[in-house]
Structure formats: C-alpha cells, structure tokens
Design a protein around this ligand. Structure first.
Ligand code: NAG
Ligand code: NAG
Ligand code: NAG
Ligand code: NAG
Length: 555
C-alpha cells in the first residue's frame, strides 16, 4: 500500500514536470519561434489597406472577436476605399466558430424593390460604370454587421464604430488607389456632374487632398447608438429614400424603393457549401454567391495531382495550360453550376468530365459548352481575420461598380450601391424582392485535424472566383507560402474565352501558351485583389494583396 502511494507521488511529480516543460515549450514556440513570414502567434487581420488592418488588429487586442475586428475594419475600408465598399452596399460572410467547430454563412446582400419592373433591364449596359438610382438595392451592410455581431461579437456594438467615426471626422487623405479612380477618364465626368463629386473634388474640379465625411460620421454615430433600427426603420431610411428620389430627376430613371422595402430587409443565415480538398475541407457561400464555380475549378485541378514540381521549367507551360482550360470550363458552365442548388457530388462529376476534355490545345468556345460567362466590375473589398481563440471571418463587401450607383445621399453621407446591375444577363428578370447573384466568395479552409486553416477572399467582380481558385492552387498544391500564393501573377479568362495574363506573368511561359492557340489580350485595367490568412501550428501568415497596396496587421 505504502509503495503504491509513493509511486503515485512520483508519477504525479513527473507528470507535472513534463507538463511544465511542455507548457514552457508551447509558450516559447507561440511567442518567439514563428517563422518571419508567419510572425503572428495570436491573431491577425488582412484588410485591403494598412490602416484598416491596424484598426481590426486594435479591436482584437482590446479583446474583440474576429467578427468585431472584421466589422471595424470594414467600416474603416468604406472611408479609405469609398469606390469599393460602404454602408450603402452589402456583404457576404463566412464565419468559423472554434468552440462549436461550425461554419456559418451570413448573406447580407442587397434586395431589389418589391415593385421593381423587369423593363428596367433593357437599360443594362456592357460598359462600366452604370450609374443611376434605378440600380439601387436595399443595402444589407448594417444588418449584416448586426446579425454577425449578435451571434459572434464580444465587444459592445458601439465600440466597433468608434475608429471609423474618428477617421470620418478627421478626414482621410486621398490614397493612390482612390486617386486612380477619381482621375479615371470615364469615372471623373460622371462623378463631377453628380452630388457625389463635391465629396472628392473642389469647386474648380481639382481633386481634394483629404475627404471629409462629416455627414457620414453623424450617421455612423446614430447607428452606433441606436442599432440597425435607425437605418432600416428610422430617420436614416427616410432620408435615404428622399435623397434617392431626388437623385432620379437627373437623366437617371427613378427608383421604386420604399420605406417598406427597408423595413422588410433581412440578412439570411445559410449553410456553407462544403467540399473536401485533400487534407482540407473548404467552406464557401451557396447561391446567390457563385462560389460553387471555385469548387468546380478546384475539383478539375485536383485531379491533375499538381506538386511544387509542376511550376518547374519543363512542366510550367502544361500546368498553366490546364489552369486556363479549367477556367474556360468554369466560364462555360457558370450559370448551370452557380444558379442551381448544386450538390458537391454533382460538381465533382462535372469536374471529372471537364478534366477528361482537357488536352494539349485550346478549342473553340462551344467545346467548353454553349454558355458564355463574364461581366467585369471592380468595386468590392475583402477582409480576412483570425482571432486568438481560433475563430475566423472571411467577409467580402461591395457597392458593386466603382462608387456604386454614384447616388450620394447628402443628408446621410452614404454612397448607394448599383448592385441590381448584377441581374443583367442573368436570364430571369422577374426579380422584385430578390437578391442579385454575386461573385463574392469569402472562403475558409480547415484541415481535418484543425492544425491549419486558410481564410481568404477577393475583390475584382467576375475575376474573383478564378483568383481565389488560383491562390488556393498555389498554396495547397504548388507549396507556395501565402505571400507567394497571392503575389504570383494571375490569369483571368474573360467572356469569349479571351485569356488575360497579368503584366508580370512570365513571358516565356506566356508565349509557349499562346502557341497552344489561346487567344489573349492585355491585362484588364484593374486587378483582382486577394486578402488571405494562413495559420499552421499556431503561427499566422496574414497577407494583404500588394495589388491594392495594403498590408496586414497582427500580434
Ligand atoms: C417603377 O414603377 C413604375 C410604375 O409603377 C415603372 O414604370 C418603372 O419602370 C419602375 N421603375 C423601376 C426601376 O422598377
Ligand atoms: C482649385 O481650388 C482649390 C481649392 O479652392 C485651390 O486650392 C486650387 O488652387 C484651385 N486650382 C485651380 C487650378 O484653380
Ligand atoms: C452547342 O450548340 C450547338 C448548336 O446549338 C449544338 O449542336 C451543340 O451540341 C452544343 N454543344 C454542347 C456542348 O452543348
Ligand atoms: C486556332 O484558332 C483559330 C481561331 O480560333 C482557328 O481558326 C484554328 O483552326 C485554330 N488552330 C488550331 C491548330 O487549333
């Protein structure tokens, strides 16, 4: 009996000793031993500007959750990149909650007016921008923040608005990216002839140095104090409707949005699409998001069993040829794949069939099916966050085309979306009260053992889905780190299967690809922009795409 007790003591002491050593090791590893390219041991934010990544990081350090940080960063983004995103737009979230090990999608996309008339779609145009009040949908942005915060927030709602209110009051210096939009030959005259012009230009038409958002600061303060009711059911909704009506006596046709449309707005909680990719499970939103296209592309590519060697000299041309061909099949099948309530198994069958048809040459368009895809638009902003509890948020938000509808509500300071243009070319135009389809594809990949996680999404309109598929391919199969995976020059296959190579794409490879009879054009004027975070064994690599000159922040 005595000997047993002694043994127990010995056992206990050694177990405690081992635990202590393990504890110290874990502490040291998490504190100081992360590689320099994945330096954060706790949490990180990748927004599309450095300032807004920092706003998100500060919220995390104050004890905020990933959702709290994402909301604060997105509010900040709407001031830094008002051409892309704002509370006059809408978002889609993919959220991972570590404690429950569940992934949730919140769809806070805009909704068309109840008495929208399909006749307006005769005014769809192939050129961007398409300004005008008739294209405005009920903004989902604030309701999305609210629903996400109600479920997953930790800090008070109010506190998430403080950084943006401060920035809006102090004014934001016009950054090089915003400047490019404001000086754009097509956008500038459109902006100048509308009320929105006074935000960005002096009376003599020269650019302001800083943008002051005094009115928006007041609106944000009201929403911070009163919650979303102020926006959907109160003075802000009334002011918005009034300003939208007044904007319509321009050459734009009128909007039929009513207060009732605002009152009835609801964000939708959805189950994500789920697909297995090697040791990972990928989660991405269902329709109205077109994310299923990403799954389709990745399922085609997975079957080629790429490795890091696939990018070496002798294989690179074949590798990129296969990628291009997959993007063409994705264009061809886009409507079929993204509109239906498609099952992952069916996607896999489609992908197999497509892969079998990929040979050494490019083919005429019918080969990839008879449906052509592709509309180009450039608004949009993406934020990826991982917090210290391992929760993750991937959220993409947009007012659609640059500066949305270009309708600026002076009484609220809000720039309104033109999201209803996304119904153009969608076939079904009886869309009153519905949400338009979207390329926004905020995604999360979790390894089955939960040791690694990738959180990513993109902006860039119709380029979004292929950009995300390429970054995932670069990371999972070519073995690149997150920075390299995002920086690697991308390919976009536009309508008519014209291949656009980014300017920095390797010339030899490109020439060899062109010999396979792909038709190509120079890159589109604005790139896709990806924000991604990868966490493995407790070390976090967070990357804001240098294409939009952002950097990430973390601790
Ligand atoms: C608004 O309603 C009017 C008449 O009810 C209709 O003629 C017009 O096309 C509608 N506008 C939009 C944008 O739906
Ligand atoms: C335009 O107006 C701004 C602000 O009033 C002024 O600073 C600038 O010198 C003016 N530029 C020209 C070319 O008149
Ligand atoms: C494409 O359309 C043509 C003519 O409508 C038809 O003959 C052909 O079978 C179609 N191809 C595919 C792949 O559906
Ligand atoms: C290359 O493409 C052109 C135009 O699409 C076509 O006429 C030609 O037959 C193709 N050549 C080959 C070798 O496939």
């Amino acid at each position: 009996m005595k000997r047993w007790k002694g043994c127990h003591w010995l056992l206990l002491v050694s177990v405690l000793g081992v635990l202590a050593v393990v504890g110290v090791l874990v502490y040291v590893t998490r504190r100081g031993c992360c590689p320099s390219q994945a330096p954060y041991a706790h949490a990180a934010v990748a927004a599309d500007s450095t300032n807004c990544s920092k706003v998100g990081r500060d919220i995390l350090q104050q004890g905020g959750s990933a959702v709290d940080a994402a909301i604060a960063a997105m509010l900040c983004s709407s001031l830094v990149h008002p051409q892309s995103v704002g509370i006059g737009g809408g978002s889609i979230y993919t959220i991972y909650q570590a404690a429950t090990d569940r992934v949730t999608v919140i769809n806070a996309r805009e909704v068309a007016a109840k008495n929208l008339h399909p006749g307006m779609f005769s005014r769809c145009s192939k050129t961007v921008p398409i300004p005008g009040a008739q294209w405005i949908g009920v903004p989902g942005e604030i309701q999305g923040y609210w629903d996400a915060h109600q479920q997953f927030g930790k800090l008070p709602w109010k506190s998430l608005f403080q950084p943006a209110i401060q920035l809006a009051r102090n004014g934001i210096e016009i950054n090089p990216i915003l400047k490019k939009f404001l000086e754009h030959i097509l956008l500038k005259p459109e902006l100048l002839k509308r009320k929105i012009g006074s935000l960005f230009y002096n009376d003599n038409g020269t650019l302001r140095k800083t943008v002051l958002y005094a009115q928006l600061a007041k609106t944000l303060e009201t929403i911070a104090k009163q919650g979303p009711g102020a926006f959907y059911n109160g003075n802000i909704a009334q002011d918005l409707i009034k300003d939208i009506m007044n904007a319509s006596d321009h050459q734009d046709s009128a909007s039929n949005l009513t207060l009732e449309d605002f009152r009835q707005y609801k964000a939708v909680v959805m189950e994500p699409l789920t697909v297995s990719l090697g040791k990972y499970t990928m989660y991405t939103p269902p329709a109205p998001s077109r994310s299923a296209i990403i799954i389709f592309m990745l399922k085609i590519l997975e079957g080629f069993n790429f490795t890091p060697k696939s990018l070496e000299k002798d294989q690179k041309v074949e590798t990129y040829h296969r990628i291009i061909e997959s993007l063409k099949f994705a264009n061809g099948g886009e409507d079929k794949i993204s509109s239906a309530k498609i099952l992952p198994q069916l996607l896999e069958q489609f992908a197999q069939a497509a892969r079998k048809k990929i040979d050494g040459q490019a083919h005429p368009q019918e080969y990839y099916s008879n449906i052509s895809g592709g509309k180009e638009s450039y608004g949009t902003s993406h934020v990826s966050v991982i917090d210290s509890e391992g929760n993750a948020v991937s959220v993409t938000s947009s007012i659609n085309h640059p500066f949305g509808s270009m309708v600026y509500s002076e009484s609220t300071g809000i720039i309104l979306n033109n999201q209803l243009t996304d119904f153009c070319g969608s076939g079904n135009l009886e869309v009153a009260g519905l949400q338009p389809p979207s390329s926004m594809s905020p995604s999360i990949l979790l390894s089955k053992d939960r040791e690694s996680m990738m959180v990513l999404g993109a902006s860039g309109g119709s380029m979004i889905t292929s950009a995300i598929a390429q970054v995932i391919t670069n990371k999972l199969w070519f073995g690149l780190n997150m920075k390299e995976a995002i920086t690697q020059p991308r390919i976009y296959v536009a309508a008519g299967n014209v291949v656009h190579f980014e300017g920095s794409f390797d010339v030899d490879t490109k020439n060899a690809l062109l010999q396979k009879n792909h038709s190509s054009k120079k890159p589109l004027p604005l790139p896709s922009v990806v924000q991604g975070i990868f966490r493995e064994h407790g070390c976090i690599e967070a990357v804001s795409d240098e294409r939009k000159k952002g950097t990430s922040a973390g601790y």
